[in-house]
Write a protein that binds this ligand. Structure first.
Ligand code: HEM
Length: 540
């Protein structure tokens, strides 16, 4: 009798917990986990005698009913997203998205799902992916949706501060104003010299390798370049990977582990604060961000310099703001700048180079254009001339179309109590919606013909007949108020490095794997990461 009572009570408690958590999504896991773990033993104490077998019985029934009820509801016709097709496992549990995020293939998996199911795919119990370009303005435009809980784990764990990337509403607008000031056309002019200095160091190092007849791992050199330059921007200098020719402190693997872990937590954001409290985690986090703390302290000690770096503007060193940002806020933004601005640029440069070598005809045309715009005796570091490089610009745009460094973006969230019509579909409140650039860019409704092929001329020739070039669907830099804050800077940084490298060297794959590189070496953890790409380089 007591056992029957225990089974019934545990089952009712399981159902009650489902009802509670359905209406009260937790923001951390520690208290809810504790509450879940103590309930079975509490039930045993209430309904029966405390024995190991009773505790096991209560635990099994409680968690069995709780999880079956959650899964049954998510798969039922009463779920508000029931009409949106998608894989059953994705609808049933977030574990599916944790798995695809960990696989590094999320962008490719989403593409396959959209090919199978169409414009809208349910990719989580409350998550939808949409690849209909008509939705872009609704989702990202003015009056669009705020960033979803996807972005919560990006709160800096060492400083416990939000950065621009995961701020919302007024706080985002205020911080973005400082970023925009720091990345205005005037500010960019000031960065040209530092940028060209870094590119020249990269060329000197590649020259050295060319002399030794060794292959050049171009992915690594672009990584060092992007990282050193971001250090110049965010902290007024201090990183010297190009000069050292290595990542001797192992900063890249540390940052990449942090980025990969965070990308997994985007799928279970409520677990992040709990994870950060686990013994030893804080120490690892502090170690990972040590380089930024030290750089920030050095920058504070050095004070404002002649070059108005990003720190200068974010710290409001020219006293334009009524309320000055705190040092910790600026440190959090500085760390984010290094993460957001190094792998993205390095990956974009490497994929560009791969596209060039795969298309020798286009490569030859780009070099002819460079020789015309920069004849011998002129400097490729003259940024005023970059607009004249029509084909190089189109090639960059096209390689970013095929391989956007942020291939799926984060999710936006439909506001509480306000279901919204998105490209003709009514989506319920609190749905997280993704608009993955990788899928948008390869959708024949947006780019046609041959959306999967590298065809830079599609950006240059006049549109005709059945050709489609939907510029609104181009999301490499995202869209709206939270689009890439550094688009112009990144473009200039990439054009300078590309012009210099393409003008100086004859390049070819160093081994047979080169041709399969894009297929095999690109992984996505919110930001893309790439494996080594070895090239033979010879001075022209
Ligand atoms: C090829 C290079 C780059 C690409 C393709 C790129 C792309 C993007 C994209 C797609 C987003 C939106 C992501 C989302 O909403 O989830 C973004 C945001 C952002 N990017 Fe970039 N990015 C690049 C380089 C950089 C660089 C060099 C910086 C330098 C600091 C930077 C700083 C930022 C910041 C601060 C945001 C957040 C903006 C906001 O929320 O207001 N990015 N970027």
């Amino acid at each position: 009798m007591a056992a029957d009572q225990l089974v019934v009570c545990s089952a009712i408690a399981g159902l009650a917990n489902h009802l509670y958590f359905k209406n009260n999504e937790p923001s951390t896991a520690h208290y809810p986990l504790l509450a879940l773990l103590v309930q079975p033993i509490g039930l045993v104490a209430l309904c029966s005698t405390i024995t190991l077998s009773n505790w096991l019985l209560s635990t099994a029934i409680f968690f069995g009913v709780l999880s079956s009820s959650i899964v049954a509801y998510r798969l039922s016709p009463w779920h508000p997203l029931a009409s949106i097709p998608g894989p059953t496992l994705a609808k049933a549990s977030k574990l599916w998205s944790v798995y695809i995020q960990l696989s590094g293939r999320k962008h490719r998996i989403l593409k396959e799902l959209h090919d199978q199911y169409g414009d809208f795919v349910r990719i989580g119990p409350n998550d939808v992916s949409c690849c209909n370009a008509d939705a872009i303005k609704t989702v990202y435009g003015s009056g669009g949706f705020n960033k979803g809980h996807y972005y919560e784990p990006y709160t800096d764990p060492a400083l416990n501060e939000r950065n621009l990337f995961n701020m919302r509403d007024g706080a985002h607008a205020n911080r973005r104003k400082l970023w925009n000031r720091g990345l205005s056309t005037d500010s960019l002019k000031g960065f040209e010299e530092v940028m060209s200095h870094r590119v020249q160091t990269m060329l000197d190092q590649i020259d050295r390798i060319v002399k030794s007849k060794e292959p050049v791992n171009i992915a690594a050199w672009f990584g060092f370049y992007a990282f050193d330059f971001m250090g110049d921007m965010a902290f007024g200098g201090g990183f010297d990977m190009l000069k050292e020719g290595s990542d001797k402190d192992g900063v890249f693997p540390m940052l990449q582990t942090a980025v990969k872990l965070t990308s997994v937590f985007t799928q279970i954001p409520w677990f992040t604060p709990t994870f950060n409290r686990l013994p030893g985690v804080q120490a690892i986090v502090q170690k990972a961000f040590h380089f930024a703390m030290v750089s920030g302290q050095k920058r504070i000690a050095a004070g404002p310099k002649e070059l108005k770096d990003l720190w200068y503007h974010l710290m409001d060193e020219d006293d334009l703001e009524k309320v000055k940002p705190t040092v910790n806020e600026v440190l959090a933004d500085g760390i984010m700048a290094v993460i957001a601005g190094s792998d993205t640029v390095a990956v974009a440069l490497t994929t560009f180079m791969w596209c060039m070598i795969m298309h020798p005809d286009i490569h030859a045309r780009v070099r002819a254009e460079l020789d015309a715009v920069f004849p011998d005796g002129t400097s490729v570091y003259d940024c005023d001339k970059y607009d004249e490089l029509k084909l190089l610009n189109a090639c960059l745009q096209e390689s970013l179309r095929l391989f956007p460094p942020v291939p799926t973006n984060g999710a936006r969230k439909i506001p509480l109590g306000e279901p919204r019509l998105v490209a003709g579909r009514l989506l319920p409140e609190q749905t997280q919606i993704y608009m993955p650039p990788y899928v948008m860019h390869r959708n024949p409704k947006n780019f046609f013909p041959a959306p999967d092929s590298f065809d830079p001329d599609r950006w240059l020739r006049p549109e005709s007949g059945s050709e489609i070039l939907n510029r609104t669907a181009y999301l490499a830099w995202s869209y709206g108020a939270a689009n890439c804050a550094a688009k112009n800077l990144a473009n200039q940084e990439m054009l300078m490095a590309l012009a210099a490298v393409l003008k100086r060297y004859d390049l070819s794959f160093a081994n047979a794997e080169g041709r399969q590189w894009a297929e095999k070496s690109i992984g996505e953890y919110h930001i893309t990461r790439v494996g080594k790409l070895e090239l033979n380089a010879e001075l022209r």
